[in-house]
Write a protein that binds this ligand. Structure first.
Ligand code: PMP
Length: 443
């Protein structure tokens, strides 16, 4: 069967082999988690559909890992990008688009100031630096299994390698080349466990911030009670609370998980959707905290008191125009979010019905446009148990079978649907899933 897939993608296969000679990995996914067994090289993307170099068309469930909530090639960002290019495309200079994006972001997260960046990774790095500068403390706490971009700090205990007791993990580098001192200084917590709150209290004296994915991508869902207790613990000890809403920001609702959970963090990291399909990141947060990035006007004083968080392309007019246009569209069309909820619920039900019909041990989870398919899943609460217990080979096989039936799903990543997915697209996904499971269980 694998041969069949390869026979249908000879040009893609050749491009992949060629790319391996000059690119560290032939597609982004290849260098992201595991070498992709079935990478895709896209000739055209439109709405919910991808067409590969061989002319095969797929319903896309990757969403480009997040930015494309409106679908590929959407006219709103496309027109904004064209206008921005026509008027020159500036960076490191002010532009109306930069102001509009910042105003839109701070209106969505009231009583905040914004700093723009070029990726989620950068946003997290900026937030951590501002937290250190504001508190005068050095250490950072994060949660096991939560990914915050590829920086040394962001990747500590983020995936696949965990160490220590489940309720009191010890930090582990998740990348070769990470600086040991950064890793070792990190306090690693467990989401949802009150033991984590005690550990924050114990370490508070030198803890600048706690960073958390309020709705962890790996598990989906969020624990509002835990987030409230976390916020209260942080507040009591002067530790800043940072929400990483790079994935969830403007995806789960207009704003982020914090609006659903009723918890306001000190800083919020954003990325993906806010760039309208172009590279972008941002930190929005308490004016007195983000204000540590403001210059006093005296560079010699600044060296001691200011958190420098600049970037040549940060806030450039083309990205900002695309981002502001997409956010404006989402703000003015709240029906997009109710539609996504409805579509997600339908798809979860549909996929579950096929799993049940075959009596398979496969968990389908999904909420607000984010979905997960996990084989051999016994609903463990902790990410470490979930990864240990799940059958990643089955996920890779599923991706391969789904491809044959016209659906692109990333092999080991949260699935994402968007506004461009029609009911007919999702019905096609349902049929492809039923056929794939039937063929997989026969194989
Ligand atoms: N935070 C979270 C929760 C993420 O999922 C990601 C990327 N998937 C990042 C940060 C990093 O964003 P980027 O890849 O844009 O650097």
């Amino acid at each position: 069967f694998e041969r069949e897939l390869r026979d249908r993608t000879p040009i893609t296969g050749a491009a992949r082999r060629d790319a391996a000679r000059y690119l560290v990995a032939p597609t982004h996914f290849d260098r992201f988690v595991l070498p992709a067994a079935y990478p895709i090289v896209v000739a055209k993307a439109s709405g919910s559909r991808l067409t590969d170099l061989d002319g095969n068309e797929y319903v896309d469930l990757s969403g480009g890992f997040g930015p494309h909530l409106l679908g590929y090639g959407h006219p709103v960002p496309a027109a904004a990008i064209r206008r921005a290019v026509d008027s020159g495309g500036v960076n490191a200079l002010g532009s109306p688009a930069e102001l509009t994006l910042a105003r839109t972001l701070t209106a969505a997260f009231p009583a905040t100031l914004a700093v723009l960046a070029n990726s989620g990774t950068e946003a997290v790095q900026m937030a951590v630096r501002m937290a250190r500068a504001h508190t005068g403390r050095q250490r950072v706490a994060k949660f096991e299994g939560h990914y915050h971009g590829f920086s040394d700090q962001g990747m500590v205990s983020s995936w696949f390698r965990y160490r220590g007791e489940a309720n009191a993990p010890s930090p582990v580098a998740n990348s070769a080349g990470a600086q040991h001192s950064v890793v070792d200084q990190t306090l690693v917590l467990q989401y949802g466990l009150d033991e984590s709150l005690h550990r924050i209290t114990d370490a508070a004296g030198d803890l600048a911030c706690v960073i958390v994915e309020p709705m962890p991508s790996v598990t989906g869902g969020f624990d509002a009670g835990f987030l409230r207790r976390l916020a209260a613990t942080c507040r009591a000890h002067g530790v800043l609370l940072v929400f990483d809403e790079v994935v969830t920001g403007f995806r789960v609702t207009y704003g982020g998980v914090q609006h659903l959970a009723g918890v306001t963090p000190d800083l919020t990291c954003l990325g993906k959707i806010i760039g309208g399909g172009l590279p972008c990141g941002a930190v929005v947060g308490r004016p007195d905290v983000v204000g540590v990035a403001r210059s006093s006007g005296d560079p010699f004083l600044d060296v001691h008191s200011r958190a420098f968080v600049g970037g040549t392309m940060s806030g450039n007019s083309i990205t900002a125009a695309a981002g502001a246009a997409v956010l404006g569209h989402l703000r003015d069309h709240p029906g997009i979010y109710t539609g996504l909820e409805r579509k997600t619920a339908w798809l979860v039900g549909e996929l579950r019905s096929h799993v049940a019909a075959l009596g398979l041990s496969c968990e389908i989870s999904g909420q607000r446009s984010l979905l997960g398919i996990t084989f051999d899943y016994a609903r463990p609460k902790l990410i470490r148990d979930r990864l240990a217990g799940s059958h990643t080979k089955a996920n890779i096989a599923l991706a391969c079978y789904m491809r044959k039936h016209g659906v692109y799903l990333p092999e080991l990543h949260t699935l994402m649907i968007g506004d461009a997915h029609t009911d007919a697209d999702l019905e096609l996904v349902g049929r492809a899933f039923a056929q794939s499971l039937a063929e997989m269980t026969q194989a």
